[in-house]
Design a protein around this ligand. Structure first.
Ligand code: ADP
Length: 663
């Protein structure tokens, strides 16, 4: 009860305060972290802006960079709208182009030559071998490249007619390898037409593996065109490939899918490039960087998220760049984040407008992220930031921040300890209460039995029922002995109660221990009960006089000898020895009885304790004799030692100091 008032209540209050402290502390830290994350998000967005500025700057001033941009996968297109109204495409990543946007003129390899002779031999006169020789001759000594290409195609055609498809394949291979960038009649890409012819031969010859290999090659050429052609040409070849190519290979499937994606992107890019007012309609967001005059417009539709950068120059020309935003961002994100947060103290994620993860740099995925929308001049994506939380110990060590948590833990610990302590004390209290009630019943019994026998004998004597003098004298001795026992017991009880409330007073006088013990043993031997025992007393040397309380020491010796008698079992020998050793006077009482187990040796000096063995054997006692002995010896600055073995007997020795005497 007291404990709960004194410890639990303040504990609960303190714990509540500490808990509030932790929450406040946490709230402060969260606020601080939110502010940090906000600053970082702003820094990240302006770093993206600056990266555009840098890109544009380099583009204008560094022609080598503009060349390398051609191979930059994020650069979808760069084009100029001239003040005159015409448009010029400078760089692009598109599958096909409207004719007016061709960046390079188709290769001209000289004009076609008249191959009338060959046509006559081949078609009219059907002299195939001679026609072949004619075309071969042209291949070996061509007037120009166009003539050579024409002749290569004609020979391939003738080989097919002659039933020599492998020879025809060789001719088409030559065309595919040597003239990949060439348009036949400024229209038809030779690479693709040769590829298609080879596929046809593969199909006829049922060359399955080679067909797959060639199909992949053809689709790759369609995906990464070596020359520029228009949508009609593209679709023509796309359809032809689709018809002839078997759909059994996963690589082929994925190439077709990629072609579909890229063709839809190409259409959208053509729309952006050809729409004259796209920037005028949307482009009011300006760069934050120092490069003025550039507009930036996000553009997104299915399959394409782009950034459209545009600037009108002094002469009225408009320079335009279209960037693939996801590719561009992925390419710069790592570097930007490294610059902004070199210690990697933040987790960064980027999600697109559909909530799909585009980029992630997270050390620890359990932390909660704060979401920041991209600014208006960029696509409506989200930047997710979270602080890399330090571990529990690190939080505790962080100056100030974990103090409440420490207090909280200490209080919790204290309460648990207090609870355990209460349980322990309660248990002890219960044990002691049980012992006390046992003590009362034991003592009542001890008091009652001598009284009963005294009363009985007195009655008999009074009624003159005892005849002989001898018998009368025995009765008197027993009565004396019993009253002696009673008086010892009462002395013990009174002393015990005085010692419990520290009221016991001692009267220290000069004492000849030898003399005292001699008289004590003498009186013992006279009593009938003890006469049955062989009580031997020895004091080999003369011992010094000591300062002690005579009655108290008599009580000590009486209690020890009384126990020795009670616990002697079948043995009848008891030794009392007095001797001095170094600066101590020793009084030892030794019996050869039931002995004390080592477990009990630790407890027998506790008040009310009685060993289980003695209770089972029905040996009477109160459990306070040894407690009194110990207290008296302590009051004399002495000590008590015990040596005992079960069934062999026990020796209790009182050690009284000779030098440190009490005055
Ligand atoms: P009690 O009145 O029971 O003798 P004590 O305090 O004198 O009370 O002794 C406590 C317990 O110590 C006894 O109950 C007994 O179990 C044990 N004890 C004391 N002296 C001896 C002894 N000489 N031999 C065996 N056991 C002893």
């Amino acid at each position: 009860m007291f404990y709960s008032l004194a410890v639990v209540l303040p504990g609960i209050i303190l714990a509540y305060l500490a808990y509030r402290g932790i929450r406040n502390d946490q709230a402060l830290r969260e606020k601080d972290s939110r502010r940090k994350l906000e600053l970082n998000s702003q820094a990240f967005f302006s770093a993206i802006d600056s990266s555009f500025v840098q890109l544009v700057d380099n583009l204008i001033f560094d022609s080598t960079l503009s060349l390398s941009l051609k191979y930059d996968p994020s650069m979808l297109a760069m084009f100029v709208n001239h003040a005159s109204g015409s448009k010029k495409l400078i760089i692009h990543h598109m599958l096909y182009l409207p004719d007016e946007f061709r960046t390079k003129p188709p290769a001209k390899f000289g004009s076609e030559i008249n191959m009338k002779e060959g046509v006559r031999l081949e078609f009219m006169e059907q002299r195939i071998t001679e026609a072949l020789r004619y075309y071969d001759n042209i291949i070996r000594n061509p007037k120009n490249t166009t003539a050579k290409i024409q002749a290569l195609i004609a020979t391939a055609r003738l080989y097919n007619k002659m039933g020599l498809p492998n020879n025809a394949k060789k001719q088409y291979e030559i065309i595919r390898q040597e003239y990949a960038e060439t348009l036949l009649n400024e229209q038809i890409p030779l690479e693709l037409i040769a590829g298609l012819e080879i596929l046809k031969i593969n199909q006829i010859l049922d060359e399955k593996d080679e067909m797959i290999f060639n199909s992949i090659k053809c689709l790759e050429s369609l995906l990464h065109p070596q020359c520029e052609y228009n949508k009609n040409q593209y679709e023509l070849f796309y359809q032809s490939f689709k018809e002839i190519i078997p759909k059994t290979d996963p690589i082929i499937d994925s190439l077709f899918t990629e072609l579909d994606i890229q063709s839809s992107r190409t259409d959208q890019l053509i729309h952006i490039i050809t729409e004259p007012n796209l920037i005028a309609m949307n482009g009011n967001a300006q760069f934050n960087g120092d490069k003025k005059g550039w507009s930036i417009v996000p553009f997104y539709s299915t399959g394409l998220v782009a950034i459209y950068l545009s600037q009108t120059e002094d002469n009225g020309d408009q320079m335009n760049i279209i960037l693939d935003f996801p590719v561009y961002l992925k390419s710069i994100a790592e570097k930007l984040i490294q610059e902004l947060d070199p210690d990697a103290s933040f987790n960064v994620k980027i999600e697109n407008n559909e909530g799909r993860l585009i980029y992630s740099k997270a050390m620890n995925d359990e932390s909660s992220y704060l979401s920041f929308a991209f600014p208006d001049n960029l696509p409506q994506w989200k930047l997710l930031l979270s602080e890399n939380k330090p571990g529990f110990i690190a939080t505790l060590l962080t100056a100030g921040s974990g103090i409440y948590l420490v207090i909280f833990i200490l209080i919790a610990l204290l309460m648990v300890l207090g609870f355990l302590f209460t349980l322990y004390t309660l248990n002890e209290e219960l044990r002691l209460n049980k012992m006390k009630s046992e003590f009362i019943s034991n003592v009542s019994h001890e008091l009652k039995s001598p009284l009963t026998s005294i009363r009985m004998m007195t009655e008999m004597l009074h009624q003159k029922r005892v005849q002989t003098e001898e018998r009368k004298s025995t009765y008197y001795s027993v009565m004396m002995e019993e009253s002696e026992r009673l008086s010892h017991l009462i002395d013990n009880i009174l002393d015990f109660s005085r010692m419990e409330d520290e009221r016991k007073k001692y009267n220290f006088i000069d004492l000849d221990m030898d003399d005292l013990l001699l008289k004590f043993v003498e009186s013992l031997r006279e009593s009938i009960q003890e006469a049955k025992f062989n009580i031997r007393y020895s004091c080999p040397d003369q011992v010094p006089i000591i300062k002690a309380d005579k009655n108290a020491l008599l009580q000590v010796v009486y209690n020890l000898v009384d126990n020795a008698i009670k616990f002697s079992g079948t043995s009848r020998n008891i030794d009392i020895k007095l001797f001095s050793k170094e600066d101590e006077l020793l009084i030892c009482v030794q019996d050869y009885g039931i002995g004390i187990s080592s477990k009990d040796q630790k407890k027998i000096f506790d008040r009310f304790y009685r060993s289980e063995v003695s209770q089972q054997m029905g040996i009477k006692g109160s459990g306070i004799g040894l407690t009194i002995v110990k207290k008296i010896i302590e009051a004399h600055n002495g000590s008590l030692t015990l040596e005992s073995k079960a069934n062999e007997g026990s020796t209790f020795c009182v050690h009284l100091p000779l030098k440190k005497q009490i005055r």
